[in-house]
Design a protein around this ligand. Structure first.
Ligand code: C2E
Ligand code: MG
Ligand code: MG
Ligand code: MG
Length: 285
C-alpha cells in the first residue's frame, strides 16, 4: 500500500508544480512554451480572381491553438513574437503546416499558390528561404507555388530586403508587399525593389462608396499600384459594391469576407473545389 500512495503523492506534487508554473508564466513564457509544443496552426483565406470568381490561391494566416482548443488571433501575439525572436520558430511552423495541409492539393493543381506572411526579421536575414526549400524537398510542391509577402516595415532596410527578394525570386518565389499604403512607404524604394505583387490595405477598401478623406485617396492608391506594373490584390473586401468598384478599375485579385473568411485546411479545400465546380475550369482534387 505504501508504494502506490507514494506514487500518488508524487504525481500530485508534480501536477501542483506544473499548475503553479503555468499560472505564473509571463506572456512571453507562455508563448515560448507554445512554440516548444508546436501549438501553431494555419488557416487559409481564399484569393479570388474577381472577374471569374475562381479561387486561385490562399493566404496562410497563423493561429495559436491553445490546449483548451481556443484560437488566438495573430495580432495579439505576433508583436511579442517579433520582439523576442520567437517569430522565426513560428514562421517555420507555418511553413511546415502549409506543406502538410495542402501539399497534395498543390501538386494536383500547379496553378494554385499559397502566400506566406514573413516578418521584418525573416526578410532582413533571408534565413527563411533555405527553411522553405527544406520543407518543399520531397513534397512535390514547386517553389513557384509559394508566394511571400511582407509589410513595408520588412522592406525598410532596403539593402538586405533587396538581397532577400532577389534570392527568393531566383529560387522561383513571387514576392508581394502587404498592407500597401499604410506604412512608411517611400514610393522610390518600392519602385526600385524587384517585387511581383502589391496588396492594397483594407483601410482603403473600407471606404469605397463612403464619403471620407480616405475614399478620396483610394483611386490614387489603385493608380499608383497599376503604374508600378505589379499584380494587384485588394484585401478586406466585404461588400459587393467594393468588388464592383475594384473590377471597374482593373484590380484583378481580391480577398475578403465577401468571398470567404480564413478557413481551416479541410474547409479551404472544399471551398476551392466548389469554386472550380461553380465557375468552371479544371479538375477538382
Ligand atoms: P494581413 O497579412 O494583412 O492579413 C489580413 C488580415 O485581415 C487577416 O487577419 C484576415 O483574417 C483579415 N481579413 C481578411 N479579409 C477580411 C475582411 O473582409 N474583413 C475583415 N474585417 N478582416 C479581414 P488575421 O488572420 O487576424 O491576421 C492579422 C495579421 O497578422 C496579418 O495581416 C499579418 O500581418 C499577421 N500574420 C498572420 N499570419 C502571419 C504569419 O504567419 N506570420 C507573420 N509574420 N505574420 C502573420
Ligand atoms: Mg498578409
Ligand atoms: Mg495585408
Ligand atoms: Mg492588412
Amino acid at each position: 500500500l505504501l508504494l502506490p500512495l507514494g506514487a500518488i503523492v508524487a504525481a500530485l506534487m508534480v501536477g501542483l508544480v506544473f499548475w503553479l508554473s503555468r499560472r505564473r508564466l509571463s506572456p512571453l513564457g507562455e508563448l515560448s512554451i507554445a512554440v516548444q509544443r508546436r501549438e501553431f496552426i494555419v488557416h487559409y483565406q481564399p484569393l479570388i480572381e474577381m472577374k471569374t470568381g475562381i479561387c486561385v490561391g490562399a493566404e496562410a494566416l497563423v493561429r495559436w491553438r491553445r490546449p483548451d482548443g481556443s484560437l488566438v488571433r495573430p495580432d495579439t501575439f505576433i508583436p511579442l513574437a517579433e520582439e523576442s525572436g520567437l517569430i522565426q520558430a513560428i514562421t517555420d511552423q507555418v511553413i511546415g503546416g502549409v506543406i502538410k495541409d495542402l501539399g497534395p492539393v498543390l501538386v494536383a493543381d500547379r496553378s494554385l499558390h499559397i502566400a506566406i506572411n514573413l516578418s521584418a526579421d525573416d526578410i532582413k536575414s533571408g534565413r527563411v528561404l533555405p527553411v522553405i526549400q527544406a520543407a518543399l524537398a520531397n513534397s512535390g510542391v514547386l517553389t513557384e507555388q509559394i508566394w511571400l509577402e511582407a509589410t513595408e516595415r520588412g522592406f525598410m532596410d532596403v539593402k538586405s530586403a533587396r538581397a532577400t527578394i532577389e534570392e527568393a525570386r531566383r529560387l522561383g518565389h513571387s514576392v508581394a508587399i502587404d498592407d500597401f499604403g499604410t506604412g512608411y512607404s517611400s514610393l522610390q524604394y518600392i519602385q526600385d525593389l524587384p517585387l511581383d505583387a502589391l496588396k492594397i490595405d483594407k483601410s482603403f477598401i473600407d471606404t469605397v462608396g463612403l464619403v471620407s478623406a480616405t475614399s478620396a485617396v483610394t483611386p490614387h492608391i489603385i493608380d499608383i499600384a497599376k503604374s508600378l506594373n505589379l499584380y494587384i490584390v485588394a484585401e478586406g473586401i466585404e461588400r459587393q459594391e467594393q468588388a464592383d468598384y475594384l473590377l471597374a478599375r482593373g484590380v484583378q485579385y481580391g480577398q475578403g469576407w465577401l468571398y470567404s473568411k480564413a478557413l481551416p485546411a479541410p474547409e479551404f479545400i472544399a471551398f476551392y473545389n466548389d469554386s472550380k465546380r461553380v465557375h468552371g475550369a479544371g479538375p477538382t482534387v
